[in-house]
Design a protein around this ligand. Structure first.
Ligand code: GDD
Ligand code: MN
Length: 373
């Protein structure tokens, strides 16, 4: 290097990853606030945008062209919060990585506290723990309840006392996530839960409380139903990684469908009289299929969900696929029953077969990765 060449800026020791989908009104504000908060720390921001139609990535790229502390990854034909975060982390060479929402709900002023604690070796994972502000009402009562319930479940399974495992705001030594990355789920929303359960006992966790803010611009992409995602994750880990998270959710929805079926059946019989059992069963089957389709569309395959009129086509495919599954179920169960006269063994085997079949059809044909419109 020539002696009078400008010295390169210090390399970042902290990468702050910001997953975004339609956050054009927030990205630049967040960058300014993080810049003010991290004064004195060599940091960079990595915006991972899933090709938002509102031009979020254009804004991030414009910032990046004038400030090397900003980087942006525009993912095309893909979506999903957890996967976006992991990909952002995988592009970092810093000692520490963080994740913060792009909508200004997380308080960026605790970033230096998290950083100092990790750099001093007080822990290797620092979680921003949400404390609801009663006056501002950052979390609605329903979300607060869901969050409390989740925290309780989590303590039981993980054996770690974490106040806010659903938090989407934390900082961790990059070396840890780098090792765990191949095992992390790209589909879910609860990346912290996944990280903690995948890491096993090696984490030394510190929690830093902050006031969760209300969202001002843009809208939330997560509904409270997403809480079920968490259940899938925990069961996935409890099975030693054997059951895919999606399958757990799919089976859960199927169990709900069974209840819906029985209720619809009894309602129809009540209304039309017990004589015509065949029609009653047909109607109940359709009702249960519709309920399963809607729940799977909202929860299990949310990333690829059908919206508007395309739901009709999706439902038609789903109903067709499930009918084939039901026929196969009856076939296999009857065949098994010839060999083994225990009715419930044959019945269960048939039912398991159709769940697996329906799952395969749903995952590969009905909600196969499609562009989100
Ligand atoms: N790249 C990408 N892809 N980003 C996404 C996607 C996606 O598919 N979906 C959402 N995001 C971004 C949003 O733009 C935002 O920056 C951040 O992820 C969080 O999304 P919100 O839609 O604001 O979520 P929330 O505020 O309802 O949920 C918060 O609380 C949850 C716990 O209840 C978040 O902090 C979650 O991370 C947290 O799990
Ligand atoms: Mn938010």
């Amino acid at each position: 290097m020539a002696p009078d060449a400008p010295r390169p800026k210090p390399c970042p020791t902290l990468s702050v990853v910001v997953p975004t989908y339609r956050e054009s009104a927030n990205v630049a504000v967040l960058f300014g606030r993080v810049e003010a908060a991290l004064e004195g720390v060599p940091w960079e921001m990595i915006v991972v945008d899933d090709d938002s139609p509102d031009g979020t990535s254009e804004i991030a790229f414009a910032l990046a062209s004038s400030d090397p502390r900003m980087r942006c990854l525009r993912r095309v034909n893909r979506s999903g919060l957890a996967g976006a975060v992991v990909e952002g982390w995988m592009s970092s060479s810093a000692e520490f990585v963080a994740v913060i929402d792009g909508d200004l709900q997380h308080d960026e002023t605790i970033l230096p506290k998290m950083y100092r604690a990790l750099a001093a070796g007080e822990g290797n994972l620092a979680i921003g723990t949400r404390v609801a502000d009663e006056r501002a009402g950052g979390l609605s009562p329903a979300r607060q309840m869901l969050s409390d319930l989740g925290a309780w479940f989590f303590r039981r399974v993980a054996g770690a006392a974490v106040t806010d495992p659903m938090s989407g705001y934390f900082m961790i030594r990059r070396e840890i996530v780098s090792r765990l990355a191949p095992r992390l789920s790209a589909d879910g929303f609860k990346i912290l839960v996944d990280v903690i359960l995948s890491a096993g006992g090696e984490l030394k966790i510190i929690e830093i409380p902050y006031l969760f803010r209300k969202r001002i611009a843009g809208e939330s992409k997560l509904t409270p139903l997403v809480g079920l995602d968490f259940l899938g994750l925990v069961t996935h880990h409890a099975s030693g990684g054997l059951l895919p998270i999606r399958f757990v959710l799919f089976a859960l929805v199927g169990a709900v469908g069974l209840v819906v079926h029985v209720i619809a059946l009894s309602a129809f019989r009540h209304w039309a009289g017990p004589a015509d059992f065949g029609s009653a069963q047909l109607v109940a089957t359709l009702v249960a299929m519709a309920s399963n389709f809607i729940l799977n569309n909202e929860i299990t395959y949310r990333t690829y969900r059908y919206q508007g009129l395309s739901m009709l086509a999706g439902f038609a495919g789903f109903a067709l696929g499930c009918s084939v599954g039901a026929l196969a179920n009856i076939d296999v169960a009857s065949w098994l029953y010839q060999w083994n006269r225990t009715w419930w063994v044959a019945g269960m085997a048939g039912a398991i077969l159709s769940v697996v079949w329906n799952y395969a059809v749903s995952t590969n044909l009905i909600w196969r990765p499609r562009l989100r419109r």
